[in-house]
Design a protein around this ligand. Structure first.
Ligand SMILES: [Zn+2]
Length: 304
């Protein structure tokens, strides 16, 4: 099988090059009262960043992208809305599955990232007949995490730099798979959600399957709760989800968390607009779009 290797050099830098470009002049001004060392560092970071982006771009020209509509029968613009009763039935079914197949196993992040990357590469190769090899590196901190307090992970679409911003427990494998899908060139949020889900749910590894199902359950609940943290939390409290999983579900939508402030709401609105400008439906692609996509695709498969 043909293999395309995207070097992702920027992901191997000890700190994020974008952070270095933004923060180096500022830090040197504060620490040294002068800008030249910061400027020099900024120039080095910028050069390394631009170099990495160019090399990746060159490698990426040979990537065969998945045609989502053709392969799965759904796409950003082709989604059958899921009826509410159907969503409720799916919540019930998923709750049963994650309860019955619960595993407490945790895999250390570096090893987890390698396994997820391999499953994702295998899954994509299964539909395109081409292996797109990318880095498995993950960062624990970026300045973007301070700007987007509601984000659990980020991916710089130019350099492929991925960071996981906080411990999301059972959801972590899905978040990594989502960000790694971006790194492999799938920039739309809906596509990253779907690829992450399908690659993990079909991986045959209990921890990864659990994460995928929990993400699908979480997104269904969030839609049913009208994206209201209080209603969402009540649904978890009164639902049948087993004890060991509840805290992780609750932590995603704290009643009074950092995601609820005015600034966070403003950033969320800007982000929603940015998504619409890039041919997406907006933030709803993460939850409503994602669950509608699976619904559309699974219905088509059942009819075939
Ligand atoms: Zn994303």
């Amino acid at each position: 099988m043909e293999t395309v290797r995207i070097p992702n050099q920027a992901t191997y830098s000890p700190i994020s090059l974008t952070d270095l470009m933004v923060a180096a002049p500022l830090a040197s001004r504060i620490l040294l009262g002068a800008t030249p060392p910061g400027r020099a560092l900024q120039a080095v970071a910028l050069g390394a960043y631009a170099g990495s982006v160019a090399v990746d771009w060159f490698a990426r020209r040979n990537v065969r992208a998945i045609d989502f509509l053709d392969t799965f029968g759904a796409d950003v613009k082709h989604l059958t809305p899921m009826p509410e009763e159907e969503r409720e039935r799916e919540v019930e079914w998923l709750t049963e599955r994650v309860n019955d197949e619960y595993t407490a196993e945790r895999i250390p992040r570096a090893e987890l990232a390698r396994r997820i990357n391999r499953h994702l590469t295998d899954f994509i190769a299964g539909t395109t007949n081409q292996r797109v090899e990318t880095s498995s590196e993950i960062r624990q901190f970026t300045l973007a995490g301070l700007v987007f307090p509601f984000a659990l992970g980020t991916c710089d679409i130019f350099s492929g730099d991925v960071s996981i911003l906080r411990d999301a427990g059972v959801f972590e494998p899905h978040i990594i798979a989502h960000e790694f899908s971006h790194r492999k060139g799938y920039l739309k949020e809906l596509h990253a959600q779907v690829l992450g889900y399908l690659a993990m749910v079909g991986s045959g590894e209990a921890v990864l399957v659990q994460s995928a199902r929990c993400e699908r359950l979480h997104r269904n609940l969030w839609v049913l709760a009208d994206r209201d943290p209080v209603r969402y939390r009540t649904m978890i409290e009164e639902g049948a989800l087993r004890e060991e999983l509840r805290d992780d579900f609750m932590a995603l939508h704290p009643e009074d968390g950092p995601a609820e402030g005015t600034m966070a709401n403003l950033m969320r609105r800007l982000y929603d607009e940015r998504m619409k400008l890039t041919g997406q439906n907006g933030l709803s692609d993460y939850d409503e779009g994602f669950t509608n996509f699976l619904y559309t695709s699974e219905r088509r498969a059942a009819e075939a």
